[in-house]
Design a protein. Structure first.
Length: 94
């Protein structure tokens, strides 16, 4: 499961702008909000490439950062944030 920076911020009980600011200060994001070290941090962060067609401007391309599932705990550790407790899974109870 991957999350946008906004959804990861909610999981870490902060806001997207604060999360981005902290990640930039720690050197985890570049000035385009993409992973500063995509190879080193590939287990935790990834770049999502998107494209769409605009009627007047033609093909448009964008990139955004996604936080992988193990990246939540890693981000909390890197930034000194508390990771909220994970709710118990009661699906296997008969």
């Amino acid at each position: 499961m991957e999350r946008t920076l906004a959804k990861a911020a909610v999981c870490l009980d902060t806001t997207r702008p604060k999360l981005i600011k902290q990640m930039r200060e720690k050197g985890l994001l570049d000035n385009h909000n993409l992973p500063a070290f995509p190879v080193r941090d590939r287990e935790f962060l990834r770049v999502k490439d998107s494209h769409w067609y605009h009627a007047e401007l033609g093909m448009q391309y964008s990139q955004s950062t996604r936080v992988r599932q193990p990246g939540l705990a890693w981000l909390a550790e890197q930034l000194g944030l508390a990771l909220p407790p994970i709710p118990a899974d009661h699906r296997d109870v008969a």
